[in-house]
Every structure is written in C-alpha cells, then in structure tokens.
Design a protein around this ligand. Structure first.
Ligand code: NAD
Length: 358
C-alpha cells in the first residue's frame, strides 16, 4: 500500500490538462533531465529504471535522489518485467510513455551483445505489448539514435536517408526498434514517435562518453586517446546539449496524437513519427578537447590513434528541419556554453558538494 501510494502521488498531475507520463530509464542521464522538467511544469511523472551496472551505480543513485527531492518516484525494475509494468498501468492511467531505458554505448556491444537484445529489442517489445493492451492506450515517445545512419556517407543526415548499414550492434537494435515501432503503430494503432538523438551531453552525463572521461583523465593528468579517421580526416560529432534535447522530448510528448486502439485492436490511423534531434553543427573531437583544456585550465596529454573500424562512424550531422517544423525544435546551446555547465557540475559533484547544479 505504501508503494502504491508513492506511485500514485508521483504520477499525480497538477492540472486536468497536464500529462501523466511513465518515464523509463529515469535514473539515466536523459531520463533524469526529462523527468525533472516534466514534474517542474506540473505533469504527473513516474520513473522506472533497473539501475544496471553499465556505469557507476552511485551516479544513478544520486540522480534518483535528486528526482526524489523533486517529487518523482523512480521504481526499481526492468522493462522486461510484464507483471511489474501491468501493475504500474493498473495503478496509473498513463497518457504518455517516454521510453528512454536502453543499453547504450557502441563499443560495449562487442563484449555484451545480449544486453542490447535484452533491453533494446525484447524490453521494447514487452513495453509496447503492455501499452497496446492498456486502456486508454498511451502515446509513446522513445529514443532512437543518430547511429541508425551508420555508414551513410551523405551529410547532413535527413530522416529519409538510408539506414540499412548500421556500424554496431547498438545501432542495429535501435534500427530494429524503429521497425518494431512501425509494426505496433500499424497493427495496434499506437501513436509512436521515435527521436534520433545526436551525442547528447551535459550535467549528470554518462561516464562512458568521451567528453566525460576526457574531463576525468585530463584532470588526473592521464593521457587521453583521440581517434583519427583512417584517411586522417576529421572525426566529428553533432554534440547536442541536454536541455535542448529535453525541449525536443517535451514538444514530442505535447504534440503526440492519441493512440487509436483499444483492447489491443486498432480503430483508426495512428500517428507515427521519426525525427532527428541534433544540433546541426558538428564539432571535431580535437576541438572538443581544446575547449575542455581551456575550461579546465589544464593542457591535455594526447595520443592520436586510428579510429577502430568496428562500431564508430566518422562523422554525425543532423538535418533538423522536420523537427523544427513539427515540434518547433530549435537548439540554442553551443558546445562551449554547454561544456561550461557540464564542467561546473562535474567539479561540484566529484568534490562531494551537496548543491550540484543542474
Ligand atoms: P543512460 O544509460 O544514462 O540511461 C538509460 C537508463 O536505462 C539507465 O539508467 C539504465 O539503468 C536504464 N535501463 C537500461 N536497460 C533497462 C531495462 N531493461 N529496464 C529498465 N531500465 C533499464 O543513457 P542516456 O544517455 O540517458 O540515453 C537515454 C536514451 O537515449 C537511450 O535509449 C539511448 O540509447 C538513447 N540515446 C542516447 C544518446 C546520448 O548521446 N546520450 C544518443 C542517442 C541515443
């Protein structure tokens, strides 16, 4: 009963027009920011996360504490647990699901392929199964990835471009998710929006991402390894600040049309969208390092090595004209401004300060 009370309280919205959102992966990097932003504007929010050990569990617990203080309860559980999901839907009539739980990272996929299949394919299907039979059916917004563009050589990447050559198993599972989304939309009338995120960074970020471990290693005086393209060309990423991505996610939830199914059957055409959420200005990794050196006031020890052939792509660059048109999405944070906020948070958090800023 106490658990149920916490679930209901967290999911209670402030106004009749507000949303009631289940956020999966809520103790993750993007999930924490999205959950807090929804709660701040008065929506009902319930988090779900399995607290997997892919990276520092203390960071996930710290994010959970932060959300707890903001009034968001994060239930500990797996998206593959149908009974748990069913129980949550029995207690709360979710209008929306923001699905951010996934096994992320491209290189880890070579050692742990099963983890990607478990969370990104089986878990996604399991979640959609519960959504399609829920009454009312929630609208689903979920994170795909720029990695679906794979070995595409045409930049900037537009949604209609080919996505048939994923460069990693991670990318393949995200691409599979898009196909699965199409099917659930087509058969069951679920309203589904897939958002292709491009290298999201910021405070409370992910320790397995370059900007994060470069910061850590530069501060420790350790040599950092920078990948060079085999042709000595530039390796660049369309780094996108987390607050910009959060705005895109909230706009996707707000513009999501209602699902049209009930009792597991489709009653009419339902909305299906796939949208890029990037920054439209790729930055070379060497430039990322020089910005960090400036912000940290430390000269980095660098080693240049050829980029591994497996997993990574050389360049990412989003065309965001569709997201701009349908979501009003317009990123406003350049890399230096965003990294300044990340570095401030990093120094605060790892100095044990109680007041870690957003
Ligand atoms: P993250 O790893 O910080 O967050 C994912 C969270 O999901 C974690 O807290 C993890 O414990 C949880 N989780 C994983 N498997 C689960 C399962 N089976 N059941 C319940 N919880 C589970 O990653 P993030 O950077 O916040 O990414 C959020 C989403 O955005 C993911 O789908 C990711 O693939 C996607 N994405 C992220 C980026 C990026 O640059 N951060 C880029 C493209 C796509």
């Amino acid at each position: 009963p106490d658990w149920e009370k916490r679930v209901s309280k967290s999911a209670r919205r402030n106004s009749a027009s507000g949303l009631t959102v289940l956020v999966t992966g809520a103790a993750g990097f993007v999930g924490t920011h999205v959950s807090a932003a929804l709660k701040r504007r008065g929506d009902g929010v319930l988090g779900l996360d399995n607290f997997n050990l892919y990276y520092d569990p203390n960071l996930k617990r710290a994010r959970q504490n932060l959300l707890d203080r903001a009034g968001v309860f994060v239930v500990e559980g797996d998206i593959n647990d149908s009974a748990l999901l069913q129980k949550l839907f029995d207690v709360v009539p979710f209008t929306h699901v923001m699905h951010l739980a996934a096994q992320a990272g491209v290189r880890y996929a070579m050692q742990n392929p099963g983890s990607y299949v478990h969370s990104n394919i089986a878990g996604f299907v399991n979640l959609l199964e519960v959504c399609r039979s829920a009454n009312p059916q929630p609208a689903v917004v979920w994170a795909s990835s720029s990695s679906v563009y794979g070995l595409n050589s045409k930049v900037p990447f537009a949604e209609k471009d080919r996505t048939d050559r994923p460069a990693s198993l991670y990318a393949a599972t995200k691409k599979a998710g898009e196909e699965i989304a199409h099917t659930y939309n087509h058969i069951y009338g679920l309203s589904i929006t897939g958002l292709r995120f491009f290298t999201v960074y910021g405070p409370w970020g992910r320790p397995d991402m370059a900007y994060f471990f470069f910061t850590k290693d530069i501060l420790k005086g350790k040599t950092i390894t920078i990948f060079e393209a085999p042709d000595h060309g530039t390796v660049a990423r369309d780094f996108t600040y987390v607050d910009d991505v959060v705005k895109g996610c909230l706009a996707a939830l707000d513009t999501a049309k209602k699902s049209t199914g009930s009792g597991g059957k489709k009653k009419g055409p339902a909305q299906l969208r796939i949208l890029n959420l990037g920054n439209t200005s790729p930055v070379p990794v060497s430039k990322l390092v020089s910005i960090l050196e400036k912000l940290l006031n430390v000269k980095a020890k660098k080693k240049l090595v050829p980029m591994p052939r497996n997993g990574d792509v050389k360049f990412t660059h989003a065309n965001i004209s569709i997201a701009h048109k349908v979501l009003g999405y317009r990123p406003t944070t350049d890399l230096e401004t965003g990294l300044k906020k990340f570095v401030r948070w990093y120094l605060d958090f790892y100095s044990g300060s109680k007041k870690s800023a957003w």
